[in-house]
Design a protein around this ligand. Sequence first.
Ligand SMILES: [Zn+2]
Length: 463
Amino acid sequence: MLIRNGLLALPGEDSLVRADLRTRDERISGISLAAGGSLAPADGEVVVDASKFLVFPGALDPHVHFDEPGFESREDFFHGSSEAAKGGVTTVIDMPCTSLPPVTNREALHGKLEAMGGKSVVDFALYGGVAGNGIGESLAHAMADLAPDVVGFKCYFISSMETFTRIDHYRFPEVLRKAAGLGRPLLLHAEDWDLVTAATAAVKSARGNSPPEWADYVASRPEAAETVACAAAVALASGFEPNLHVVHVGTAEAARIVASAGASCETCAHYLAFSSDDFASKGSSLKTAPVVKEKGQSELLWKHLADGSIAFCASDHAPSPFEEKNTGSVWTDYGGIPGTGTMAPYLLSEGLFAGRLTLRRYVEISSESAAKRYGLWGGKGSLEPGKDADFFLVDPEGSWTVEGRSLLSKGRITPFEGMRLRGRVISTWVRGRPVYEAARADRGETGIAVEAGYGKHLRWGYR
Ligand SMILES: [Zn+2]
């Protein structure tokens, strides 16, 4: 296969480079700069004319909740991975906490692989979980049992899930040390339990019997809850900071605390795009945990993405059906949104094309940095000969409007509804095969171009 004459986003380059890209046996077999003369197609070789398109390395989404098995009414691997493919994502990493049973031991991991086997259309890796319930088993053997099959471990400082409870500050250093010993990062949901619990009670009591408002939900998760939790995590890390990764950071101060300690963090597109003021127009469609922050934080997060204090972007894709999103109360509406299909298009439009991110930084944020962090860099994360032929083609002249009803996810309620984005994904390729083609979608199909199950399970050290 020859992808001919496209503008390629090559690693470490400050600008796009016109070149031909050849794939063979699922890999990139050669890249030839147009200045050096075009590659001649071999006999019978399929040629794709990419002269009007930009070619980006396949995006990694290192934070998705595909909920299978157990909560398939919210999302499953086929719909979730289809939505990912539509948005240029070629590898997802799935969280251990929102399936049943949660992936805290090897039996649960095998159950998950069996349940979702044959369903993903993009490549995927998994995290193992460490919950307060069962922490003894985790530290004794379950983390070690899981390590060969997972690319990191996830834990929470605060959790409302009965099946996956928080770990306390006393146990946290032990879990971090254990993960480090196994050569895996520990991912932390960093919001302070003490602050959120007390704030929630105070807000509810102040509201009394009147109907709660979105401001109540915002006030129940104060911004200090994130900075306090990050400061605690860093203080308790005692030498293992490089092994700590804080997920979905929404404040600049938290990013600074984490980065200056030598740990890493991610943010999500919704923290870049929205503030708590937007609840007035978006209501429940914007409800996530942690909640979006005060106006002003977004531009600071963009700055920290650009300067490297925030390592990369993730979607925290966690959709739910209409009924769960509209229960009639800000307290019980589901806290999660779809996002894996809008993440890379949003970063392209509002980051790269809007001038907030350099090309080099966009490539790091969307592909390279997460591939390195999660042991996939040998085969994923950049357009280089020898790596998997994972990329997506974008028409820079095209623009489109996000519409919930067009999402391939099971969840159709998105705060990005109605947002106009520059740059249209034309096709997404995983290991040399188109998994999504916009031309099919234009004909009224879903756009998915491979059979369910094409995606494969990636392990740490994949090459
Ligand atoms: Zn999450």
